[in-house]
Design a protein around this ligand. Structure first.
Ligand code: MIC
Ligand code: SF4
Length: 654
């Protein structure tokens, strides 16, 4: 039987297990990437593991989220990251050089290689045939130390794209259509492999918009085969020699098939406040808009900003509105500036920002109260923009620019008729010729020891798993709780990412401001949640902080992939409960796991009995591999890996 492209790349990197969907596999990692808000913990853990040098073919550290450095803590984090990259042998991308996914795509993404990144949108270079996966920081530290990465073998789903995109529709509409159909949890445990004539018609930057936002489906990764378009893109980036032809076998067997005819796609928009709340733009036309933002790792590339720039050239953005363009990378920004597009945008009333994630997580350009903000980003979780009760819509650069000109949401096809605009299409430059001044290659490192400012704390550790878990249900939450709920990423909080003691004060504050104090007072406790608990970011802080506050178990109907791995890594037991049990447990209820927990986890027991208020009992299930059970038993992956290293084993889990 033939193989899918995912299976081919995984087979080439397999170090443990076989490719049976649902079973755990161990794979070798060729490249790792870190960004600034997760990277500090990666390096602190790398240090705690006594590792001396990055062992992967390539390691790259980016500074992208907190580039405005509005607090010395941010600048200290960046200095620490530069020193860590220098000390341990990683490339370093200075603040302002761009978003990790954009800069990595431009400089290092390589077809056929594996990439593990401490950011959930790491799958972006799937658009040029790289199998890229997002993970928690500790998993990155271990992989960078030469250990394998363990993940559940995903089901591979074929997304067959037919036809060609009509004018004014874009790659963003492809992924919004996927979200409309499959929802934010439709991709859990899956890799989406895009094939067919429609896939061939898309350029690499369009493909990476789709693979980037595949994360919002909950997918493990998303992948395109490589072809002339991939080769052409790499050549324009000056890396043509890195091209490798990669396709699935003709008789590859996929777990499922989704067919999208690109020709049927009209401009779409995700309404507040979930990326799968997708409707045609025309259905919400007329809604007044006060802010338009073009940028992010989804649509911040040169090829994304250019259509918006072409549309606003010789026009003016509506007077009651602000339009901000933050290019995804300095390469994009520099090229747009050299070609005169930055000046055209400025003349039209656009505020051109530095290359940053910033506003995507509420750092700068926070929307006005009770207003609509239209963004070309990938997430619109409530409150993420920096203000509670926000109204953030997600769309393509074309739809965003149209709204900026009209002052309200408008189908760009209607505006084109009104203003006589030509469809801007997608245009690649002959050569991507931005400077590389802000990339400090490992071989040119300027530091050889770690520089830690006063806000850079210790990695928290916890004791091995005990026999008893019992405590109050400190919080009962609904479905689709995001990591932005668990540890928000806004400016006031992000500066404490390297200081868990301080950061933990904000745990679940977006759900209940009293939570952290109540958890501290109780000393221990459990959390209860509905479906898809922990969707969104890879931030391991969403597990570290609850652990620090004494949370020992999370009882949820289902978990998001990366967050579940992070719970194991920090010794919190993730138990699956059914709908009936979820409905019956109330916040404040006392929950006790009846079994001897340590013994049960170690022995492979799947069904646990929970007793609630000493009154009724229910079953909760632990779906965990042997390796995950060993991690839990040791109190987390750091203590386990340390024990193994002391015993002379490689820094893998096994
Ligand atoms: C996000 O988009 O939510 C982030 C901020 O990039 C996170 C990483 C983080 O929390 O630092 C992600 O996607 O993993
Ligand atoms: Fe940055 Fe937003 Fe992309 Fe996360 S989703 S990496 S915050 S641009």
């Amino acid at each position: 039987m033939g193989q899918t492209l995912t299976e081919k790349i995984l087979s080439d990197h397999l170090v443990e297990g076989d490719l049976t969907p649902g079973e755990e596999i161990g794979i070798e990692i060729d490249q790792v990437l870190m960004q600034d808000t997760t990277g500090t913990m990666v390096w602190l853990q790398f240090e705690a593991l006594d590792l001396d040098e990055a062992q992967t073919e390539l390691a790259a550290q980016y500074c992208d989220h907190q580039t405005y450095q509005f607090d010395f803590k941010n600048t200290d984090d960046h200095r620490f990251l530069r020193s860590a990259a220098g000390t341990y042998g990683a490339h370093f991308s200075r603040p302002g050089n761009g978003i990790c996914h954009n800069v990595h795509k431009e400089n290092f993404a390589a077809p056929g290689k594996t990439l593990l990144g401490s950011d959930s949108h790491t799958p972006t270079p799937g658009g040029l045939g790289q199998l890229a996966i997002g993970a928690g920081g500790l998993d990155i530290a271990v992989a960078m130390g030469g250990g394998a990465y363990y993940v559940e073998m995903p089901e591979v789903v074929n997304v067959r794209l037919e036809g060609e995109l009509p004018e004014w529709s874009s790659a963003k509409d492809v992924i919004l259509e996927m979200l409309r159909r499959e929802t934010v949890k439709g991709g859990v445990g899956k890799v989406f492999e895009y094939t067919g004539p429609g896939a061939e018609s898309l350029t690499v930057p369009e493909r990476t918009t789709i693979t980037n936002m595949g994360t919002e489906l909950g997918a493990t990764s998303s992948l395109f085969e490589t072809d002339e378009k991939t080769k052409d893109y790499l050549e324009r980036q000056g890396r043509g020699d890195e091209y490798v032809e990669l396709t699935a076998d003709d008789d590859a067997e996929y777990a499922d098939e989704i067919v999208i005819d690109l020709g049927d796609l009209e401009p779409l928009i995700a309404c507040p406040s979930m990326p799968d709340n997708v409707v045609p733009v025309r259905e919400v036309a007329g809604e007044k808009v006060e802010q338009v933002l073009v940028g992010s790792c989804t649509n911040g590339g040169y090829e994304d900003v250019l259509p918006a720039a072409k549309m606003v050239k010789d026009q003016e953005v509506a007077k009651h509105l602000e339009m901000i363009v933050a290019p995804g990378s300095k390469q994009a920004g520099e090229m747009l500036a050299r070609q005169g597009w930055t000046a055209e945008m400025m003349a039209a009333g656009v505020n051109v920002s530095e290359a940053t994630c910033g506003p995507c997580i509420g750092i700068g350009h926070v929307p006005a109260s009770d207003s609509v903000s239209l963004r070309t980003f990938n997430r619109n979780f409530e409150g993420r923009s920096g203000i509670e009760d926000d109204n953030v819509y997600l769309c393509s650069p074309q739809v965003a620019a149209a709204a900026a000109l009209k002052g309200e949401i408008v189908d760009p096809r209607d505006l084109a008729d009104e203003l006589g605009l030509d469809a801007p299409g997608i245009e690649l430059p002959d050569k991507y010729d931005g400077s590389k001044t802000d990339l400090i290659y490992a071989e040119d490192a300027i530091d050889d020891e770690l520089i830690k400012g006063p806000n850079i704390g210790e990695v928290p550790l916890q004791d091995p798993l005990g026999s008893n878990i019992s405590g109050e249900t400190l919080l009962k939450m609904e479905d689709n709780i995001t990591t932005d709920h668990i540890i928000p990423a806004t400016s006031d909080i992000l500066k404490f990412r390297s200081n868990i003691e301080r950061l933990s004060d904000f745990t679940l504050s977006r759900v209940d401001e009293t939570f952290a104090q109540r958890a501290k007072d109780a000393g221990t406790g459990v959390l209860v949640a509905g479906e898809n608990y922990g969707q969104g970011s890879s931030r391991e802080h969403a597990a570290m902080c609850p652990m620090y506050l004494g949370i020992e178990a999370v009882l949820a109907q289902s978990f998001a992939r990366i967050h579940k791995a992070n719970l194991f890594n920090f010794g919190i037991v993730p138990l699956a409960i059914d709908e009936e049990t979820y409905a019956k447990i109330e916040q404040g209820d006392d929950v006790e796991i009846v079994d001897d927990v340590a013994e049960a986890v170690e022995s492979g027991q799947e069904e646990f009995t929970i007793r609630v208020n000493d009154d009724w009992e229910a079953t909760a299930n632990l779906h965990a591999s042997e390796r995950e059970r060993r991690i839990l038993t040791a109190g987390g992956k750091l203590p386990l890996t340390k024990q193994q290293a002391e015993g002379g084993a490689a820094p893998a889990d096994d």
